[in-house]
Design a protein around this ligand. Sequence first.
Ligand SMILES: Nc1ncnc2c1ncn2[C@@H]1O[C@H](COP(=O)(O)OP(=O)(O)OP(=O)(O)O)[C@@H](O)[C@H]1O
Ligand SMILES: [Mg+2]
Length: 257
Amino acid sequence: MSTLSFRNIWVEYGDQIVLERINLEIASGTFLSIVGPSGAGKSTFLRLILGQEKPSQGTVLLDGKPFPAEPGPDRGIVFQRYSVFPHLTVLGNVLLGYEFAERRLTARLLGEPRRKAVEQSLALIEAVGLGPHRDKYPSALSGGMQQRLAIAQALAKRPRVLLLDEPFGALDPGTRAQMHALIKPLWRDLKMTIVMVTHDIKEAFGLATRLIALDRVRRDPQAPERFGARITYDLDLTRDGAVPVLGFIRAEAEARS
Ligand SMILES: Nc1ncnc2c1ncn2[C@@H]1O[C@H](COP(=O)(O)OP(=O)(O)OP(=O)(O)O)[C@@H](O)[C@H]1O
Ligand SMILES: [Mg+2]
């Protein structure tokens, strides 16, 4: 189980209100996609789940309990730009994920636990299609390969919740399609909750089971930072009725840009 609950969440930086009145329950096993204009607070929302950001009001709960103060291995994150360690090989990067999960980086794994971690890391590396590249350093990998490595590293921590912040945004369309084909079965097999920020509504519809849009509903031209973003759409993508709404959201986004 990994139900996430947001109860009347507000995030403010000084005078600027970024998010206001966010109420949301994300059921365990959901693939949730978040869309919204730049600056709407999407990454801020992910940082709340990661535990890197404290709300100025309200509570975020995991399975009904407040999060531990420190981001833990139960939550993993993959950013738009490659977040792997350049001085470690593919295998070294994924192993580090295991060491983090087991020992919280206090010590390196040794002996039998290490042998098991290597075995499981290699299986993950194989699963993301990097088997032949296990001994390469990130600088010798393409963008798509580095992103697959970042996903393998995040998965090594066996997170209950995987956070993806525009993870495929920097990739060419072909590589992006490969990543889509990779992530959906991983999500299904590992029974994780995924929260993915994307600018691509088509991507959201192709992968997610639920879509929310964050946007400001109130605007003050004199003081643009006075109101924060709220949830303006919340769609169950597993229902047929969601498809016509896609065109509507797209038209709205285009009208704004
Ligand atoms: N640590 C911080 N201190 C002050 N302001 C911040 C901080 N982090 C974010 N903000 C502000 O919060 C707002 C939302 O930022 P956020 O990065 O969450 O937006 P976003 O929806 O992810 O945008 P993008 O689509 O461009 O990535 C922005 O106006 C940003 O300047
Ligand atoms: Mg962002």
